[in-house]
Design a protein around this ligand. Structure first.
Ligand SMILES: [Zn+2]
Length: 263
């Protein structure tokens, strides 16, 4: 027997995510999404499991109870993506817009690791599991991180792999400076805004200054910075050699320069 259509339906919004729409559909019918999915006889407790992959039968079942076309249901999931785009699209919600979330909304663009501001209301997206956004983060860091995010989007959508490789190298370098381990993509989704914003800002910094040079100019090359460089450039022997060369030259010239400045 087919499940009965729900008493109330809700119209999906542009870019709305299937799980978000299911949440609103459930709320309009005075239940939660787990109860709604059980009613439709879909074997999953959370709508997020359907965001990337929904089969025709499940789309049909949802469309039937919500009284919409199955194509509408399918259009709320992620479309086919390039491998690079897929890599930079989070499987689980990691950031959201406080204002839109309060209204039970959830959008697809929030899942992109390069998304920085809510495209619907313009608020800055904040970590889903982080604090409520009242922590002290400098405007300068936010400004730089927003620029880095834009560059990451460009890298994700550009044809060649070069831009993205450069961006990820900057993130790896930033992670080393922050003492983070793991994959660069997870650092960008970190629930600690000081980490994710710093990593995004590093992408912008690496663009305006060659990364190795920036590292040397900004700090004397000590063991910690050297380790960070090694991690970021481990596969780029020529770059590492160049870094060493600059560092040696700098060490040599440091003595006389310091002496001069005292005069
Ligand atoms: Zn918003």
């Amino acid at each position: 027997m087919k499940p009965h259509p729900l008493p109330k339906t809700v119209a999906p919004l542009p870019d709305e995510l299937l799980s978000g729409w299911l949440f609103r559909l459930a709320a309009a019918n005075y239940c939660d999404d787990a109860e709604l999915l059980a009613h439709i006889e879909i074997d999953t407790a959370h709508g997020t499991a359907l965001d990337f992959n929904i089969d025709a039968a499940a789309a049909e079942k949802i469309a039937n109870v919500a009284r919409v076309d199955p194509n509408v249901v399918r259009s709320l999931t992620f479309p086919a993506m390039s491998p690079r785009e897929a890599l930079l699209t989070a499987q689980m919600p990691f950031q959201h817009c406080l204002q839109c979330s309060r209204e039970g909304l959830s959008f697809r663009h929030w899942r992109r690791v390069w998304a920085f501001d809510c495209q619907v209301c313009g608020s800055r997206l904040v970590q889903t599991l982080g604090k409520t956004g009242d922590e002290q983060i400098s405007e300068k860091l936010i400004y730089r991180a927003r620029r880095g995010a834009g560059m990451l989007e460009y890298a994700a959508r550009s044809r060649g792999p070069k831009q993205l490789r450069r961006a990820m190298r900057a993130v790896t370098f930033a992670m080393s400076l922050k003492g983070c381990h793991g994959k660069p993509l997870f650092a960008l989704q970190s629930h600690r805004p000081e980490v994710s914003l710093f990593c995004l800002a590093a992408i912008a910094a690496a663009r305006s200054h060659p990364l190795a040079k920036a590292a040397i100019v900004s700090s004397a090359i000590d063991d910690f910075a050297r380790f960070a460089l090694l991690r970021a450039f481990e596969k780029e022997h020529r770059l590492l050699a160049a870094v060493d060369h600059i560092a040696q030259r700098r060490a040599k010239s440091k003595g006389p320069m310091t002496a001069e400045s005292r005069n």
